[in-house]
Design a binder for this molecule. Structure first.
Ligand SMILES: Nc1ncnc2c1ncn2[C@@H]1O[C@H](COP(=O)(O)OP(=O)(O)O)[C@@H](O)[C@H]1O
Ligand SMILES: [Mg+2]
Length: 251
C-alpha cells in the first residue's frame, strides 16, 4: 500500500441502527448510513431533528444504540489515533480565562505533542498555517474572549484544521458568523476535501448547503433521505423534513 490517501476507498463513517435517547426523550433512531471519505457531507434538518446527537453518538460522547465505525475503527480508536477533529455547536469555554487565539489553536496539536506539551517546529507551523487559512493571523495574540462570534468560530475551526485529521466534524460552523467568515470557512472546507479529507457539517437551514456539500443527509429524528443534494434537497423532501409535523419545535 503506497497511497497516503488509501482511506478514500473506505467509508469515513459507517453506522448501524444508530440511536440516541436522553431519558424519556428520543433524539435519534435507527440511522444506518455510510458516509463516504473524501467528500463534504451535510447533515440537514430542523432544530431538534437530532443532528448534534448524531455527531455526539458518532464520537461516542453520548450513550447510544447501535454501532459506529470511523475509517474502519471504533470511535475510541479513531480519536486516539488523531483521525478525527470536531468543532462543537457551542464551546464550553470560560471566556474570561486569559487564553489567546494562538493558545486555543495550539490545543489542536496536543495529541501530537509529548506529555510536556512543548510545541515543536511542525506544531508551530501547523498552527500558523491554520491561523492564516482562517484569516485570523492578526488576532493570534488577542484573548479569545475579546473576539466576535464569527472570529471565535474561525478560531475553533482553525484548531480543528491544525489537528490535521482525516475526518472533520463541524456542528453549525456558520451559526452567528458574518458573510466573510462564512466564505472563508467554506473555502477552507473545500480545499480540505480537495486534498482527500472528509468533512461532515451540520446545517440547520438550507442557505448555501446545496452548493457546499457533495452528499446530504436529511434528518428528522431518523434518516429521511441520503444522497446528492439535487436528489435529496427537493422542495417535497425539504417540506417533509422542515414542514409542520410531530417533531417540529420551532414555528
Ligand atoms: N442533553 C440533552 N438532554 C435531553 N434532551 C436533549 C439533550 N440534547 C438534546 N436533547 C433533545 O434531543 C432532540 C435532538 O436534539 P439535537 O440532537 O440537539 O438536535 P439538533 O442538533 O438537530 O438541533 C431534541 O428534542 C432535544 O431537545
Ligand atoms: Mg444541534
Amino acid at each position: 500500500m503506497t497511497a497516503a490517501r488509501q482511506h478514500t476507498t473506505t467509508d469515513a463513517i459507517a453506522t448501524e441502527r444508530l440511536g440516541v435517547r436522553y431519558g424519556e426523550v428520543r433524539a435519534l433512531a435507527d440511522v444506518t448510513v455510510r458516509i463516504r471519505a473524501g467528500e463534504i457531507t451535510g447533515l440537514v434538518g430542523v432544530n431538534g431533528s437530532g443532528k448534534s446527537s448524531m455527531l455526539a453518538a458518532v464520537l461516542e460522547r453520548v450513550p447510544h444504540e447501535g454501532t459506529v465505525r470511523i475509517l474502519g475503527r471504533t470511535p475510541k480508536e479513531a480519536r486516539r489515533a488523531g483521525l478525527v477533529a470536531s468543532v462543537p455547536q457551542a464551546e464550553s469555554v470560560d471566556w474570561d480565562f486569559p487564553v489567546t487565539v494562538r493558545d486555543v489553536v495550539t490545543t489542536g496539536r496536543y495529541g501530537r505533542m509529548g506529555m510536556l506539551r512543548i510545541p515543536r517546529a511542525a506544531d508551530r507551523a501547523a498552527v500558523d498555517e491554520a491561523l492564516h487559512l482562517l484569516r485570523i493571523d492578526d488576532l493570534a495574540d488577542r484573548p479569545i474572549g475579546e473576539l466576535s462570534g464569527g472570529q471565535r468560530k474561525r478560531a475553533f475551526v482553525a484548531r480543528a484544521i491544525a489537528q490535521d485529521a482525516e475526518l472533520l466534524l463541524l456542528d453549525e460552523p456558520f451559526a452567528g458568523v458574518d458573510r466573510t467568515s462564512e466564505a472563508q470557512i467554506t473555502e477552507v472546507l473545500r480545499s480540505l476535501r480537495d486534498r482527500g479529507r472528509t468533512v461532515v457539517i451540520v446545517h440547520h437551514d438550507l442557505s448555501g448547503v446545496a452548493e457546499l456539500v457533495d452528499t446530504a443527509l436529511l434528518l428528522r429524528g431518523r434518516l429521511l433521505h441520503h444522497g446528492p443534494p439535487d436528489v435529496v434537497l427537493t422542495p417535497e423532501r425539504i417540506a417533509e423534513a422542515f414542514g409542520a409535523g410531530t417533531t417540529r419545535e420551532e414555528a
